[in-house]
Design a protein around this ligand. Structure first.
Ligand code: NAP
Length: 254
């Protein structure tokens, strides 16, 4: 039996849609108080409104994680709303397809800026409050793509997601004296607004390559994040959990 996170202050970047929305719903069901961040205020309020009708305490903050100033505003909004931050789910990310030969410096900067630098900026901004919490948790949404697998057209994305794990390991050691743990979940193919944009053929091909026979649900990732944020996971840091229905395991496609 895990101790409930009821009353904990939890920041979820990219909390308006997809996996972040799923993370928010799982934490809300456990009684956590939420701060959702994203660039689109209308989408954020729609998600927050939905969670509030289910009894959750939710505030929103329009913020681009690639902007350190926005991340500072986000951390302040959480402290203003709830008096502190116990958990940061650094989840915001983008995955535009771009063949290497056509990838511009701007394409590279954008993907690294949001996925990799954004993770670091959000963590830096929340650091004082996570330290004050005395049981701070950082849970990063990485991916199987990059750390374990490679997909043509996503070299920048794979680099950003593998880079997140380098950050996780160094930050875990650096922040351990403050009792802050830093871990990552590595989703496989999870049905989100972003993934749906890849088209039916892609989704069908991915589903065929997953031993458990289905795409992931956003709650599958939310539950892994909730575990890593729990008191009972307090001795786990610098680690990863793959949540992919077994997709990375087969030696050959059947
Ligand atoms: P999604 O459906 O496109 O949602 C992305 C979320 O991130 C939205 O809330 C979006 O809101 C927010 N976001 C994007 N850029 C942002 C920025 N610069 N600043 C703040 N928020 C930003 O994507 P998803 O599939 O849920 O992916 C979420 C995370 O999971 C990403 O890190 C992704 O790499 C990872 N992941 C996903 C899968 C999958 O199969 N879906 C697999 C492995 C890993 P706004 O657009 O309003 O800013």
């Amino acid at each position: 039996m895990f101790t409930s996170l009821a009353g904990s202050s939890v920041v979820v970047t990219g909390g308006s849609k997809g996996i972040g929305k799923g993370i928010a719903a799982v934490f809300a069901a456990d009684g956590a108080r939420l701060v959702l961040a994203g660039r689109d205020g209308v989408a954020l309020e729609a998600t927050a409104g939905q969670l509030r009708t289910e009894g959750a305490e939710v505030v929103t903050c329009v913020a681009d994680v690639a902007n350190p100033g926005d991340c500072a505003r986000l951390a302040s909004a959480a402290v203003d709303a709830y008096g502190g931050i116990d958990v940061l789910c650094a989840n915001a990310g983008m995955f535009p397809e771009q063949p290497l030969a056509a990838m511009s410096p701007e394409d590279l900067e954008q993907t690294l800026g949001v996925n990799l630098k954004g993770t670091i900026f959000a963590t830096q901004a929340c650091l004082p409050a996570l330290t004050a919490s005395g049981r701070g948790r950082v849970v990063v949404t990485s991916s199987i793509t990059g750390p374990i697998t490679g997909v043509p057209g996503w070299a920048h994305y794979g680099a950003s997601k593998a880079g997140q794990l380098g950050f996780v390991r160094a930050a875990a050691v650096e922040l351990a004296p403050h009792a802050i743990t830093v871990n990552a979940v590595l989703p496989g193919n999870v049905l989100t607004e972003g993934l749906a944009g890849m088209g039916e053929d892609y989704l069908a091909a991915m589903t065929r390559s997953i031993p458990l026979g289905r795409l992931g649900d956003v709650a599958d990732i939310g539950h892994a994040c909730l575990f890593l944020a729990s008191r009972e996971a307090g001795f786990i840091t610098g680690q990863t959990i793959v949540v992919d229905g077994g997709q990375v395991l087969p030696e050959a496609l059947a």
